[in-house]
Write a protein that binds this ligand. Structure first.
Ligand SMILES: NC(=O)c1ccc[n+]([C@@H]2O[C@H](COP(=O)([O-])OP(=O)(O)OC[C@H]3O[C@@H](n4cnc5c(N)ncnc54)[C@H](O)[C@@H]3O)[C@@H](O)[C@H]2O)c1
Length: 449
């Protein structure tokens, strides 16, 4: 038996009583208007014009089974839950370079000129707002289009002004912010992150533990704007901002879009584990030549990315439960900046597995992927699902969106769920739960009674 709504309420699950319908326009704000952000904006416009398909987007293409298998009810997700339509999205952002979204997309070199020309009208009119930036946090970048203020608090207040101004100019009724900026240097939680008061004080005293990405997140949350963190930065992974998110009824999620190599890892590793095959080693190396790759060439930014990429196997394989199979796993990740490749990354994996009686085998994966092509539909889905979550009254960490992240955020007493298939089940069950549909356990005993 599934819990009734009363039982759920007692356990604090708070199923939404009603979800308000999307009205007017939804503004999407991206700090960082580089490869991912502009590929997302261009893609939405191409789809709206009927010139391309939104491949990779769960909100646009996926169906969801409802009820028993015999009922034959499998609507599109967007027919089950009231998602905002693509036609109602408007875009804005910040960057340290003054290029329009069109110029930035052209320089990023992800999309072909024929696609870019089709969206020039929209992208050419999107000028970035001045960034809150500090080179101490992204060593490899320096740009002229930045805000100047005495304190980090003043910068964050300026971002709030930008948000208000954007809303006024576009007439957007609701907003979502997705961090598409660069990977910052590695930071660990500090006592100034412990609560909102200490956080605010630290902004006023320019404390080094407050990174620029946190200023955008603080500005978004205190403006009532949902926030997703697409980079592996610490950003909203701190108690102060999580508390503020609950207080301001703002859903948040992160971190680090799960795209190329890590996506494959969370597809393959659960399969090996399901069949009780052992793993001795997993060596992953990447070459990429975009600006993201250049930023990751700095050891401090790489450390942030490495932490995010390394955690995955540990959580999927659970070596503490299976020491004979995974206790000695050697897991290494390398990223090399190699300009000739541009955004078309190559990710090699050498996987040393072992089977029956310990006999060794090897698997080689060579993924010639396109980073931003894989990331863009994730941005779209996060925008639409975070907006839905807010209209459904959900707030704080949205663990059901783990599906989209390399390092999913979760409550402090939990471990993150990395298995892509469990994540998808969780996402779909959350949508069923929101709409008062039965959850699907895959037990299926009723068909054989
Ligand atoms: N598949 C993917 O592409 C993928 C996957 C996971 C995570 N990510 C992360 O997403 C982010 C964006 O990736 P990208 O390929 O678009 O990188 P990019 O370098 O093309 O774009 C990032 C942009 O952010 C800007 N920026 C940096 N700091 C800023 C600040 N404080 N305020 C405003 N703008 C700022 C930069 O000038 C740059 O234009 C990176 O952090 C990357 O690690 C990307």
């Amino acid at each position: 038996m599934f819990a009734t709504q009363d039982e759920e309420a007692r356990r604090g699950m708070r199923r939404p009583a009603a979800i308000s319908l999307p009205k007017g326009t939804l503004g999407v704000l991206t700090p960082g208007m580089g490869a991912v952000s502009t590929t997302f904006m261009a893609g939405v416009e191409l789809v709206r014009k009927g010139l391309a398909l939104p491949v990779g987007s769960v909100t646009q293409l996926a169906t969801i089974r409802l009820g028993k298998r015999t009922e034959g009810r499998s609507p599109l997700i967007r027919e089950l839950v009231p998602l905002e339509k693509l036609d109602s999205l408007v875009f804005g952002g910040w960057d340290i370079f003054p290029d329009t979204a069109y110029e930035a997309a052209r320089k990023a070199g992800v999309l072909e000129p024929n696609h870019l020309e089709e969206v020039k009208g929209l992208l050419g009119g999107i000028w970035p707002m001045k960034a809150a930036f500090d080179q101490a946090y992204v060593k490899k970048l320096n740009g002229p289009h930045v805000k100047k203020a005495k304190t980090k608090f003043d910068l964050a207040e300026e971002i709030k002004d930008d948000i208000r101004q954007f809303k006024k100019e576009t007439g957007a009724q609701r907003l979502v912010m997705v961090w598409c900026g660069s990977t910052e240097v590695f930071l660990t939680p500090d006592e100034v992150h412990a609560d909102p008061a200490r956080f605010e004080n630290a902004m006023k005293t320019n404390h080094p533990s407050i990174a620029p990405s946190m200023l955008y997140a603080w500005a978004a949350i205190t403006s009532g704007v949902p926030f997703a963190n697409g980079a592996p930065n610490l950003t909203v992974d701190i108690p102060a901002l999580q508390q503020l998110a609950r207080e301001h009824h703002v859903p948040i999620c992160g971190k680090d879009f799960k795209t190329g190599q890590t996506l494959l890892k969370t597809i393959l590793a659960p399969g090996f584990k399901a069949r009780m095959l052992g793993l001795n080693g997993w060596f992953s190396t990447n070459i990429l030549g975009n600006r993201d790759g250049e930023v990751l060439d700095d050891p401090e930014s790489f450390k942030t990315k490495e932490e995010s990429k390394l955690g995955v196997l540990e959580y999927v394989l659970q070596p503490q439960l299976y020491p004979q199979l995974y206790g000695k796993l050697c897991h290494k990740v390398r990223i090399n900046y190699y300009p000739p490749r541009g955004d078309n990354k190559e990710g090699w994996d050498n996987i040393d597995i072992f089977g029956w009686l310990g006999y060794p085998m090897q698997i080689k994966v060579d993924f010639l992927c396109r980073d931003s092509i894989l990331a863009a539909p994730i941005v779209l889905d996060l925008v639409l699902f975070l907006d839905l979550a807010q209209r459904a009254g959900l707030r704080g960490i949205q663990e059901w969106l783990s599906f989209y992240f390399k390092s999913p955020m979760c409550a402090p007493e939990l471990y993150p769920e990395h298995d892509l298939f469990i994540q998808l089940m969780k996402l779909k069950n959350t949508l069923r739960w929101m709409m008062g549909e039965d959850l699907i356990t895959h037990l299926g005993a009723e068909y054989y009674d």
